[in-house]
Design a protein around this ligand. Structure first.
Ligand code: ADP
Ligand code: MG
Ligand code: ZN
Length: 503
C-alpha cells in the first residue's frame, strides 16, 4: 500500500489519466411509516420512541412491506427510464453494526425493482450529458449512533456511544449509476449536475423532500483513473455519505488528484471506503472494502416477492410529472432568460418560489428579481433554503404589484420585504405600520423641489444653462429630504420643468 500526502494538480492529473465515476445515491422516502412496520418516520421525536419489535429486530417479529414505499420506488424507476421488474425479492445483507439491531439490512441484491435506465443532466453551459443507471433498489435505513467524548463526534476517542433506532427501517431507495465514462475534465461538474438533477426529479415526483443537509439524500462517490487512451478501469475508491452538492463536486476533484499522485509515484490504489472532510475538502481512509460475498446475501424468507402488475406500472408511468429538465427548458423560454441564468435560478432553489409568485400575478422578471436578489441574499445570510424564508410567493407578488402601481419604489419595496421577513405582517400592513409609501402628493413634492433649487443655486444655474446632467444632484437632494420616498423619475421631471429646460 502506498501512502502519499502529495496531490497532483488537477490539470496535470488529466494530462495523464481519464476519470471513471460511479455514483450511489441513497434517498430517504417521505412515507408516513417505515418500510416494514407501522412506526412513524417523523423527525425530531424522542430517541427510540418510534420503534417496535420489527424494526428493533426482536425474535418472532415479522415484517410487512409498505405499499407506498414500493410505489415510490417504481415512480423513481420510471422517471429514470428504467425497466421495472416483473417479479423481484428482498434480500438480507448480513453484517453486524450497533446501529442495525437485526444484524442484517433488508435490501435487494440481484433482483432490484428497477434497472437499466438513464438520466439526462444539463451542465452549466446547457450541454446535456447522459448518465446511465444500473439499478434502483429498495432497502431500509439504519439507526443513528452518536459518539460521546471524542473530539470530532467520531467513534475514535469516544468514551461511549448513544443509539437511536427511530431511523432504523425508514425506507431508502438506492440509485446506482453504471460507470460514468467520457466526462474527462468535467467529471466533478457532471457528478454535481447528476446529483442536482436527481434531487430535482425526486422532489418533482413528490416521493421525498431530498434535503441533503438533513441526510434525506446522500451520495457515495466511486472514482478510479485509467491512463488516457486505455480501456480497462483502474481500482476505485468509494467516498461515503457525501452530503452536499458542492461536496460531491469537491470529492470527485480531490480523489482525481489523489489517485493521480498514487499512480504517478508507481503505487497501487487500494480499494477502500473513504470519508470526505468538509473543512479541508479532502478524503481520509476508512475501511478496506468488503466484497459482495462477505455479506452472505440471501433472499429474505419473511417477505413475499414483489410482482407489480403491468397495468399499475403503466398507470404510474402515465401519471409522471413533467421532468424537471424539460420544465426548466419551458420556463427558460417563457421567462426569456439564458441557460446560465436558469442555472443560477436552479442553484438557488428559486424555481418553485418564482413560479408560485408568477402564478400569484407578478411579472416573471419582477418575481425573478426579488427571489434572486434580496431574498436569495437573506436566505444565504440565514443559511436556509429560499422556500424556508418566512415570506410567501403571494406576499412577494403583492410587493411587485405595489411597485407596479407606483406606491412603492425599489428601495421602499426592500423595506417592506424586510418587514414581512421580520414578522410585521402582510406587505400592506408593513406599508401602513412603517409609513412607507412613495410621496406622490404633487404639492409636497413641488415644495421639496423648490427647497432643493433654493439651497443649490449654483447647480440650478448650470441646469438652466443647459447642463441637464447636473439635475442628478438636485434629485439626490430631494430624495434625501423625502427619506427616499419620492418617485425619482417624477422628481427629475419637476426639477427640469421648474428650471424651464427640456429633459
Ligand atoms: P458496492 O456495493 O461495492 O458499492 P456497487 O456496484 O453498488 O458496489 O456500486 C459501485 C459503483 O461504482 C457503481 O456506480 C459502479 O458503476 C461504479 N464502479 C464500478 N467499478 C468502478 C471503477 N473501476 N471505477 C469507478 N467506478 C466504478
Ligand atoms: Mg457502494
Ligand atoms: Zn417499527
Amino acid at each position: 500500500m502506498t501512502v502519499t500526502d502529495e496531490l497532483v494538480s488537477y490539470e496535470d492529473a488529466l494530462e495523464s489519466y481519464d476519470p471513471v465515476m460511479g455514483l450511489e445515491v441513497h434517498v430517504e422516502l417521505g412515507t408516513k411509516t417505515k418500510m416494514f412496520c407501522c412506526c412513524s418516520t417523523s423527525l425530531g421525536a424522542e430517541p427510540n420512541s418510534q420503534t417496535c419489535p420489527t424494526c428493533l429486530g426482536l425474535p418472532g417479529s415479522l415484517p410487512v412491506v409498505n405499499a407506498t414505499g414500493v410505489e415510490s420506488a417504481i415512480k423513481i424507476g420510471l422517471a429514470l427510464n428504467c425497466e421495472i421488474a416483473e417479479w423481484c425479492r428482498f434480500a438480507r445483507k448480513n453484517y453486524f453494526y450497533p446501529d442495525m439491531p437485526k444484524n442484517f439490512q433488508t435490501s435487494q441484491y440481484d433482483e432490484p425493482i428497477a434497472f437499466n435506465g438513464y438520466l439526462d443532466v444539463a451542465l452549466e453551459d446547457g450541454e446535456i450529458f447522459r448518465v446511465e443507471i444500473e439499478r434502483a433498489h429498495m432497502e431500509e435505513d439504519t439507526g443513528k449512533s452518536t459518539h460521546i467524548g471524542g473530539a470530532t463526534g467520531r467513534i475514535h476517542g469516544a468514551s461511549h456511544s448513544l443509539l437511536d433506532y427511530n431511523r432504523a427501517g425508514i425506507p431508502l431507495i438506492e440509485i446506482v449509476t453504471k460507470p460514468i465514462v467520457g466526462a474527462g475534465a468535467r467529471a466533478p461538474e457532471v457528478a454535481k449536475a447528476y446529483v442536482t438533477e436527481l434531487r430535482e426529479l425526486i422532489r418533482a415526483l413528490g416521493v421525498s423532500e431530498a434535503r441533503m443537509e438533513m441526510g434525506q439524500m446522500r451520495c457515495d462517490v466511486n472514482l478510479s483513473l485509467r491512463p488516457n487512451g486505455t480501456e480497462t478501469f483502474g481500482t476505485r475508491s468509494e467516498t461515503k455519505n457525501v452530503n452536499s452538492l458542492r461536496s460531491v463536486e469537491r470529492a470527485v476533484r480531490f480523489e482525481i488528484q489523489r489517485h493521480a499522485a498514487v499512480l504517478d509515484s508507481g503505487g497501487t490504489v487500494v480499494q477502500e471506503t473513504r470519508h470526505f472532510n468538509e473543512d479541508t475538502g479532502s478524503t481520509t481512509s476508512g475501511r478496506i472494502k468488503e466484497e459482495a460475498e462477505d455479506y452472505r446475501y440471501f433472499p429474505e424468507p419473511d417477505l413475499v416477492p414483489i410482482a407489480p402488475e403491468r397495468a399499475w406500472v403503466e398507470e404510474l408511468r402515465a401519471a409522471l410529472p413533467e421532468l424537471p429538465r424539460v420544465r426548466r427548458q419551458r420556463l427558460k423560454a417563457e421567462w426569456g432568460i439564458s441557460d446560465h441564468e436558469m442555472q443560477s435560478v436552479l442553484n438557488a432553489g428559486a424555481i418553485d418560489p418564482i413560479v408560485a409568485t408568477i402564478d400569484a400575478g407578478a411579472p416573471a422578471d419582477q418575481a425573478r428579481k426579488w427571489w434572486m436578489g434580496e431574498l436569495a441574499r437573506r436566505a444565504n445570510e440565514d443559511d436556509v433554503e429560499l422556500s424556508a424564508l418566512p415570506i410567501t410567493p403571494e406576499q412577494v407578488a403583492r410587493v411587485c404589484a405595489l411597485v407596479a402601481e407606483g406606491s412603492l419604489n425599489d428601495k421602499l419595496a426592500r423595506q417592506v420585504i424586510e418587514g414581512v421577513l421580520a414578522g410585521e405582517g402582510d406587505p400592506d400592513q408593513v406599508v401602513d405600520k412603517r409609513g412607507l409609501a412613495v410621496v406622490s402628493d404633487e404639492g409636497a413634492l413641488g415644495a421639496a423641489v423648490d427647497e432643493a433649487i433654493a439651497a443649490n443655486p449654483g447647480v440650478a444655474d448650470k441646469i438652466r444653462g443647459g447642463k441637464v446632467a447636473a439635475a442628478g444632484a438636485l434629485v439626490g437632494a430631494v430624495m434625501k429630504a423625502t427619506r427616499g420616498q419620492a418617485d425619482a423619475a417624477r422628481v427629475r421631471e419637476l426639477i427640469l420643468e421648474k428650471l424651464g429646460v427640456q429633459g
